[in-house]
Unconditional design. Structure first.
Length: 85
């Protein structure tokens, strides 16, 4: 009879541990869900920040064009250093 009692106590202990582990797992799954939600929100914010921008004003376009024209007309930086001007 003492063996039966010991077996029942062990079984009860094991069942308690399984129950505790299930509760802990449930908490961890909820935390993973919260982290995924936070990552999704951060991704949406990043996309919103890097979304379409307003087009440059005419003065910026003119400046950009003059800069491009000035840099396209001369020797490249690579050819300057390689001695092939």
């Amino acid at each position: 009879m003492p063996d039966v009692v010991k077996s029942i106590e062990r079984m009860t202990d094991i069942m308690g541990k399984i129950s505790l582990a299930g509760s802990e797992q449930s908490i961890r799954v909820a935390q993973v869900g919260e982290a995924a939600t936070q990552m999704d929100l951060t991704t949406e914010q990043t996309a919103a920040y890097s979304g379409p921008k307003t087009p440059p004003n005419p003065a910026q376009r003119s400046q950009s064009f003059r800069f491009k024209k000035a840099t396209d007309s001369g020797p490249s930086l690579a050819s300057t250093f390689s001695g092939k001007c």
